[in-house]
Write a protein that binds this ligand. Sequence first.
Ligand code: AGP
Length: 615
Amino acid sequence: MCGIVGYVGAQSALDVVIAGLKRLEYRGYDSAGVAVVADGELASTKKAGKLVNLEKQLVSHPLPPGSTGLGHTRWATHGGPTDANAHPHLDNTGRVAVVHNGIIENFAVLRAELADRGHRLDSETDTEVTAHLLAEEYAAAGDLAEAMRRVCRRLEGAFTLVAVHADVPDVVVGARRNSPLVVGVGEGENFLASDVAAFIAHTRSAIELGQDQVVELRRDGVTVTGFDGSPAEVRAYHVDWDASAAEKGGYDYFMLKEIAEQPKAVADTLLGRIDASGSLTLDEVRIPASVLREVDKVVIVACGTAYHAGLIAKLAIEHWTRIPCETELASEFRYRDPILDQRTLVVAISQSGETMDTLMALRHAREQGAKVLAICNTNGSTIPRESDAVLYTHAGPEVAVASTKAFLTQLVACYLVALYLGQVRGTKWGDEVGAVVRELSDIAGAVDAVLETMEPVRALARSLADKNTVLFLGRHVGYPVALEGALKLKELAYMHAEGFAAGELKHGPIALIEKDLPVVVVVPSPRGRSVLHDKIVSNIQEIRARGARTIVIAEEGDQAVVPYADHLVRIPATPTLLQPLVATVPLQVFACELATARGNEVDQPRNLAKSVTVE
Ligand code: AGP
């Protein structure tokens, strides 16, 4: 999620913008840039890497002083983290500068049209097309806000845009569809930003732009309209947060913010990858369909939470494609002398793209002739760079060490890969695949619905703060969810937590059951594979008969579990293989709340790093 700052007023635009971008550094980024309008000209600088690189560039190549400007910290999606791909993007005359947060789905079509009209595009980004379109529309309309409205009506996808033009030195315009954009209302000055942290040092009066709105900022006023030009009623509100709270969006921890961002992260990861007919469009997966059709084995390598995503992916891939699939701990993989060849597809799942265990595993796989597809959340990181192809998740930067939104988007990406393999190779489950693709398109709403009902889970977690052990049980896709729930509790609450396949209980773990021991059970849907459901209900009875305190995660309407659940957490009905997308959320909330109740540091738990770059 990129950081955006715009300014018009009496101060140095560059000073205000750079200071604002520094307040947004927490969002994670891999390049930065600024533009200033001064004396009828527009000057801009941008650099890959951190703000310090940009500041060095500004010392050696200073921009002229100006009181209108904008800036950007980029979290790369389309195109790696390079100087050319950094924002702002300019049109060919260098008189329009644009910064962007989000994904423009139809950028390829727009790019081709612009090239046909003689525009030269220098970057790999989707954003750059908006600079050229704005230049064209401004030339036609003579008004920057109107030009922005005309451009926005042509864009598909999620976007926040902020732009300036050398011809209008006291104007900054912005537009919002899905990605946030907030106005800071000052005295003789006004601000635009992706979140209030960027300007609350100057003003606490803010206006949150609504969906499909365009804002025109001048020193002495703010005008907001719809994309159609209709006036929009807006009211300023007072920002109570301090700067630190503002970075977390008002949440106490980044982890809570990232749990709340999961619906959007899931939706963003799906954006542009399912076409209107329900077919998958994964053109970015640079492995030819002819090669994918020859694949006779899939091996998934990952660590920790990403490994749990891989366990679920295995079930999806084998069911929809009938290709044998193994999921391996990356740290074990290459030491077991795995059987790989050029017909093996290795899938390396990694949020950071820098996990050394996973990187070494993919290097080993490539040495054996296997094709490697990375599923990664960090554009331009080492693992995608060393893979044959990459499918990026679009969770945005994940700051908290305990992975949440990255996990859900890894699942979405894995489902897309499984469905795509099925689509490319032909699958006997055509109707089911079509239904799942449709359900995937709605799944962000289901995740949102779960988030709305989490207060009882928080209360339960607080009541268990003095416990030493919690067990987690599941079957089929519920088993990796149980493992993930246990991992969250380990890394956050520092307590013994263990996940089991429920069918294993009688082979040993049931000896652990004692009075009042909390046991979380993830129950599969009673529809479809009801034999799994009936067996796990029996497991719940077995542990409850031995005194366990049963915490049951079950689908709405599942009545069979009611008599045996001391605590019942309802989740929306989903297709069996998609259930982890909704069943995991209560376990994330549970672990976070229990850790908080124990007074633990939630975002940076003891002994842990966000990216384990050593073996
Ligand atoms: C998950 O909450 C942990 N932070 C950890 O298990 C993590 O998933 C693992 O280290 C893999 O990291 P990666 O996805 O960046 O490769």
